[in-house]
Ligand binder design. Sequence first.
Ligand SMILES: [Zn+2]
Ligand SMILES: [Zn+2]
Length: 285
Amino acid sequence: MKNSKRLLVLMSCVFILIGSHSCSKEEAQPKEINKTPNLQTTGDSANDILSNTNFDKILIEIAHVSGFRPREQTITQFTDFLRQYTFKQNIAVQYLELESPDEEDLTLEEISDLEIENRTAYNDGKTLAIYIYFADAPSEGDDMSEGLVTVGAVYRNTSMIIYENTIRRLASQNPSISVTDVESATLNHEFGHLFGLVNLGSTPVNDHEDLEAPNHCNVVGCLMRAELQLGGGASKSTTEHNGLKASCNLSGNTMMRLLQSKTSKSYTVDLDSECVLDLRANGGR
Ligand SMILES: [Zn+2]
Ligand SMILES: [Zn+2]
């Protein structure tokens, strides 16, 4: 009798435990996110992006200031580019609309602070997360009247910035080049650096790094080629603030010249065979 009573007490304790457990599960806090793997140096995740060894899905978070969302067609061309050069076929895109930070221009620190504040996509299991910020403000040091502008930059292994307002202004100056042309080429160029091009994590198979424009390709017509900006563009590419370094500040001149050099209607600019060779050597398609 005593024993069965004890058993009853014990069993009700178990039920209470189970009950409270399932209850706490419903109210479970979101699990702690480890952001560190997404906050490394440009090119550090090249193999993880190119191959399916550690991650077989990619999540692209497109954060954009209200009114500065990229064209739908651009994102289609961009994901096609990813499917073409990487083994990632499972690609998800999510949009995050943000208020304007109300800045006249953006420094690398401000861009990094905005990412820390707003980014929601981080690696999770076999999903690799990328964050792309479409800004309404230009890059610090731009001079539109002189044509010295930056259209995009990479500063970490899984994040980049696209200066959307600058891209729209550039495209509006040339009736034969659309916003999508400039957006796509800029996105793909910057993503080329996340692939580890040129010599940023994917070692060149044959030497084709431009000595005058480090981390860019020396093959004329290649998407990864950069032209030096007169008036300090070259030194800008190695600017370093508080350990933050932009491995590429892509100039508007480079992009427009590359697009104008293409005579085809679609202005498709692509990687040359040397860049493709480097990607394949590091797990790409
Ligand atoms: Zn570049
Ligand atoms: Zn190249």
